[in-house]
Design a protein around this ligand. Structure first.
Ligand code: CP
Length: 334
């Protein structure tokens, strides 16, 4: 049984298959391939795109989706093994995963990291506990990576650029008033390097470089795919000649769990906003972001409203790629 927890578990051929199927589903959105099937969607954090696209996607394939928000409309869940459960959680993931596996054919989970201890959060232990106890395939709807977003980004780039190999992508850190999850940045790094892009990770200073497990995985991808990876702290040279600008804000890992200390760094970097002046340095680059995005904080109105902004295409493609993932995990892909 295969899960969809991280694209690092999937070969390039398998990912190509998912993207091909997603493209077909985009042309023919309705089919009954998952008639009678169901997915439980567990959201420990808010969502607009992920929830809508999974619910709608399952319906378009003839199945149903059940949305649960543990701690709100469902019992709170304990994910750690062997603990005395005298906190807020009423049940353990062992039972939650076991019960949902009896009812449903797939389980999706969104569980952002706790923003207290990166040495624990970097192990992705929450979704791994679910996968350990589930007897049906598990889909990652964003933890410390966001693999569904990765597929949507790559489908969008292939639609606009064709083959992505050796295309220059700048993955730029942007300012935001507080430190955010690194998941989408980790994921953009993984998928772009897996598909042979020349990736420049642009961030204000070394504290904002991503976790070494993702930097190392990206280096391995580069060796396999023939792309390249470099880190830059210089805005002008990073944007120069880029064909894709992908923006995200994230927290500095050395200050994880300590936002006040991180602010001493962060407050200096408002100028990392994506604006027309920076985009003019590029080779007519596409711009995208996973959304949600604070306008005139991460990117200007002019960039978001431009012809080259493909953020809505990427958001739409979440629907198509997730249908491909669900069909593939359930053996319904031809
Ligand atoms: N990009 C994304 O996952 O959006 P939501 O947080 O709205 O689901």
């Amino acid at each position: 049984m295969q899960n969809f927890l991280s694209t690092t578990d999937w070969s390039r051929d398998q990912l190509d298959g998912l993207l091909r199927l997603a493209g077909e589903l985009k042309q023919q959105p309705m089919n009954g391939s998952l008639k009678g099937k169901s997915i439980a969607l567990l959201f420990l954090n808010p969502s607009m795109r992920t929830r809508t696209s999974f619910e709608l996607g399952m319906q378009q394939l003839g199945g149903i989706a059940i949305v649960l928000q543990p701690g709100k409309d469902a019992w709170g869940v304990e994910f750690r093994p062997g603990v005395v459960m005298d906190g807020d959680a009423e049940e353990h993931i062992a039972e939650v995963a076991g019960v949902l596996s009896r009812y449903c054919d797939l389980i999706g989970l969104r569980a952002f990291p706790g923003f207290k201890d990166w040495s624990n959060d970097r192990t992705d232990s929450v979704i791994r506990a679910l996968a350990q106890h589930a007897s049906v395939p598990v889909i990652n709807m964003e933890t410390i990576v966001h693999p569904c977003q990765e597929l949507a980004l790559m489908l969008t780039l292939q639609e606009k650029l064709g083959d992505t190999a050796r295309r220059k992508m700048v993955l730029t850190w942007t300012w935001h008033p507080r430190p955010l999850n690194t998941a989408v940045a980790n994921s953009a790094l993984l998928i772009a390097t897996k598909f042979g892009m020349d990736v420049t990770l642009l961030c204000p200073e070394p504290a904002y470089v991503l976790d070494e497990q993702f930097m190392e995985a990206a280096e391995t991808n580069v060796q396999d795919s023939g792309g390249s990876l470099q880190v830059s702290h210089d805005i002008e040279s990073a944007y120069a000649g880029a064909e894709v600008v992908y923006a995200k804000s994230w927290g500095a890992l050395p200050f994880y769990g300590n936002p006040e200390a991180e602010w001493a760094l962060r407050h200096k970097y408002r100028h990392f906003i994506v604006d027309e002046k920076k985009m003019a340095l590029t080779n007519n680059a596409l711009f995208s972001h996973c959304l949600p995005l604070r306008r005139n904080i991460k990117a200007t109105d002019a960039v978001m409203d431009s012809e080259y902004c493909v953020a809505l295409d990427e958001a739409e493609n979440r629907l198509h790629v997730q249908k491909a993932v669900m069909m593939t995990l359930l053996g319904a892909a031809k």
